[in-house]
Design a protein around this ligand. Structure first.
Ligand SMILES: [Zn+2]
Length: 90
């Protein structure tokens, strides 16, 4: 919790705009081990901290749907794994 406070305060204080992935969908949780749910509890706490600190410091904070965030081109929006292409690996 102390770590989450430190990171969220640093992020918000040093950036005008912060975006984060929303929590994983319930469907994805079903396919993963309990460790994933525990990780999401921490992520939920972290997102909450970012949200109220953004308000406190007059910064902009938003969450985005995690679907395809590692597969979508930032320029044209093309999604890898579609139209016969292979998905990118991490
Ligand atoms: Zn592109």
């Amino acid at each position: 919790r102390d770590f989450l406070h430190n990171v969220s305060t640093t992020l918000i204080k040093n950036h005008d705009f912060v975006a984060a992935e929303e929590l994983r969908s319930k469907n994805m949780l079903k396919n993963h081990a309990l460790a994933m749910s525990i990780a999401d509890v921490g992520w939920r706490t972290f997102l909450g901290m970012l949200a109220y600190k953004a308000e406190l410091y007059h910064r902009q904070f938003l969450t985005v749907n995690p679907k395809n965030t590692t597969q979508t081109c930032h320029e044209c929006g093309f999604v890898m794994g579609t139209a016969g292409t292979e998905k990118l690996t991490l």
